[in-house]
Write a protein that binds this ligand. Structure first.
Ligand code: SF4
Length: 265
């Protein structure tokens, strides 16, 4: 099957779910480079990295095996300096270019005027609106024109991600989402990083297994779930930033969100 065939099939919405199910079954028996190669065969593939340890494993595979997968990151403007520094370090290490997608200043200004720059602490609505401006709009730009979206989601990251498939059709974004590390556990990730000498964020060693924006991430305590340090002040155990849940489903963005630009797709 050629990429052109696949793109045509994706154009018919009813086929895309079947295509994703076929890919999901196929990926189970492949290793990581094989899974990424199979994903890239479907068309233009974009991997969005947060520079977390799982994402570094994927970036290393793309760079080492020179796989035709574009690597992009969302520079929210609120990242830890360690994360920002790791972007350049990773580019140098694997001789790749990581595309940066940033929020629009007009959107940030409009958000700050309505909620305050750090208004995300005050309500879930305000937090979702901030993630919308700083992550979801840049994500839409990063994925524009892609047929395949590669992510570092793992089943073991949280209960919310426990049923993560290798591949699924993302109807909202009209593309196939591929999660090549879905069945890797954290011990396997750590061993792989050590054996391959993959550069990782130094914050992991300081109690941050999951790293997002600086004001919204804290170190976890022994025994806490991996993602307990993300938006820790919110009671909802299924909290996410909206990248991996439908925008109109469990975490709605308020219609009044102060956006100066719209989602590209
Ligand atoms: S994680 Fe926090 S700072 Fe980052 S976009 Fe979401 S609410 Fe804003």
């Amino acid at each position: 099957m050629t990429s052109h065939d696949v793109i045509e099939r994706i154009a018919y919405g009813e086929d895309a779910e079947i295509l994703a199910a076929e890919l999901n079954a196929r990926l189970a028996s492949l290793d990581l480079p094989g899974r990424l190669s199979a994903a890239a065969e479907l068309g233009h593939a974009v991997f969005t990295t947060s520079l977390g340890i799982e994402d570094q494993v994927i970036t290393a595979a793309i760079g080492t095996h020179r796989l035709p997968v574009e690597v992009s990151t969302l520079e929210t403007g609120r990242l830890f300096k360690e994360t920002v520094e790791l972007i350049s370090e990773t580019e140098d290490r694997y001789d790749i270019a990581i595309r940066r997608f940033r929020p629009e200043q007009d959107d940030i200004d409009a958000y700050a005027e309505k909620y305050g720059l750090n208004g995300f602490y005050d309500s879930i609505e305000a937090r979702h609106a901030c993630c919308h401006v700083r992550k979801l709009i840049p994500l839409a730009k990063a994925l524009a024109g892609a047929q395949v979206w590669v992510t570092g989601l793992r089943r073991g990251q949280s209960g919310n991600r426990a049923s993560t498939p290798f591949a699924e059709y993302d109807a909202e974004r009209d593309l196939i989402k591929v999660n090549p590390l879905a069945d890797w556990d954290i011990e396997t990730i750590n061993a792989h990083v050590t054996s391959q000498d993959i550069p990782i964020n130094p914050l992991h060693a300081r109690g941050y297994p999951s790293i997002g924006c600086e004001p919204c991430t804290r170190a976890i305590k022994p025994g806490e779930p991996e993602r307990a340090g993300r938006w820790w002040w919110e009671g909802d155990e299924k909290r996410e930033c909206g990248l991996h849940v439908p925008e109109n489903a469990s975490q709605p963005i308020p219609a009044s969100a102060p956006l100066a630009s719209s989602i590209a797709r």
